[in-house]
Design a protein around this ligand. Structure first.
Ligand SMILES: [Zn+2]
Length: 162
């Protein structure tokens, strides 16, 4: 039982709704069979420039815009490397409150890739920096058949390899 519980923690990676750090987004990549699931969590402050309910139509539009950009399958946020031949099977983005009674909120974007040759999936270039200009760094973790890996990505160092 204990081993099973530890395994679950290892696979899910980041604890859900852990306190976030402004300027830093988190990316979890889970590879399972022919599927890769990518969950990007961005502090609202970094996604839109404020971390509270929108005060006017312009701020509301900014939130809608970032949700559309992060939650659209055709947005090229991720570029799988090699010959994995992945397509985006599903994408969504929403605003979530960070737990613990605080007032922090974040944007959580989830993408599912379907890969014709998942065994060749050994790297992903993360272009979310183009949408998220305020994000300085993305702390990424990968869990897949080849074990786990992590990386710190920046706008000038976008490739996560494992
Ligand atoms: Zn915050």
């Amino acid at each position: 039982m204990r081993a099973a519980a530890l395994l679950v923690v290892a696979i899910t990676g980041f604890p859900a709704h852990a306190q976030h750090v402004h300027g830093v987004a988190r990316l979890e990549v889970a590879i399972d069979g022919s599927k890769a699931t990518l969950v990007l969590t961005v502090p609202m402050q970094d996604a839109v420039g404020f971390e509270r309910a929108p005060r006017d139509a312009a701020e509301k539009a900014r939130v809608d815009d970032v949700l559309a950009k992060l939650g659209t399958a055709s947005a090229r946020l991720y570029e799988p490397g090699g010959e994995a031949r992945c397509t985006v099977a599903a994408a969504e983005a929403r605003v979530e409150k960070v737990g613990g009674g605080g007032k922090h909120t974040e944007v959580v974007a989830r993408h599912e890739l379907a890969c014709a040759n998942a065994a060749a999936l050994r790297s992903i270039a993360v272009h979310a920096f183009d949408v998220l200009k305020r994000v300085k760094r993305i702390d990424a973790r990968v869990a897949g058949p080849r074990g786990q890996a992590k990386g710190r990505l920046t706008a000038s160092k976008r490739e996560l390899a494992w």
